[in-house]
Write a protein that binds this ligand. Structure first.
Ligand code: 13P
Length: 224
């Protein structure tokens, strides 16, 4: 409903879907894109599941994102890798596998692992930028970055330059809102009203989004 009433085009996307019933439900509701995340499965199972998602989405004209590689703690467990929330290189997307996966499944966008992870970064992320270029050379599809919030503006420019076209961005946006609320509450002299708390959160997140839009569109270079 909010997307329909927005003044700008809005993509409504189901992230990390692994249940076909839920994917179908989202498509019936009018989602414009879905993600099938079979990255915790074997390559063959992931490809087979992603193919089903592509078939499901076709009649709706919705696009499908698939994933090769791992970018979150849960996924690391399944491949027995990763320390804290750091992605071990063995979880990174293999360009040859990405090519085979793409031609097998017919997806529209590919989520890749090259050093970003979901959630708060415990250590400064060390991105394998060259891997993005090598994947792009093999796969003529938009590359999706998960765990997008929390990296530097310069890293965003470099990733976008090499082929990243969709960025999943949440944790540090929520942190910006939460930390501002924390600051305002700590400095409040007397009563704190809940309606002010929500406004402070939105205000800080709006500022973060405005900055991010400028960075992603290349309007504001080298701020970090
Ligand atoms: P962050 O919350 O780490 O920014 O990642 C969001 C994401 O990738 C959702 O799929």
């Amino acid at each position: 409903m909010m997307a329909e009433h927005a003044a700008v085009p809005v993509a409504v996307h189901l992230d990390h879907g692994d249940d076909f019933k839920k994917l179908k439900q989202a498509l019936d509701m009018g989602f414009t894109s879905i993600m099938y995340d079979g990255s915790a499965l074997s390559f063959e199972e992931n490809a087979a599941g992603t193919q089903i998602a592509v078939e499901l989405a076709a009649p709706y004209g919705a696009s499908v994102e698939g994933e090769i590689g791992a970018m979150g703690r849960e996924e690391f467990k399944s491949v027995g890798e990763g320390e804290g929330n750091e992605a071990a290189e063995s979880c990174y997307t293999d360009p040859d596998q990405a090519e085979t996966f793409t031609s097998l499944t017919g997806i529209d966008a590919l989520a890749c692992s090259f050093g970003t992870v979901h959630g708060l970064y415990l250590k400064k992320p060390n991105l394998d930028l060259d891997r993005i270029s090598r994947i792009r050379d093999k796969v003529a599809l938009p590359i999706v970055m998960h765990g997008g919030s929390g990296i530097s503006d310069e890293d965003f420019y470099q990733c976008i330059k090499r082929g990243v076209r969709k960025i999943n961005y949440y944790t540090y946006l929520a942190k910006a809102g939460g930390m501002y609320v924390k600051e305002k509450t700590a400095n409040a002299e007397d009563v704190v009203f809940y309606h002010d708390v929500t406004l402070w959160g939105v205000e800080a997140m709006k500022k973060d989004v405005l900055h991010t839009i400028k960075v992603f569109s290349g309007m504001e270079q080298k701020e970090s």
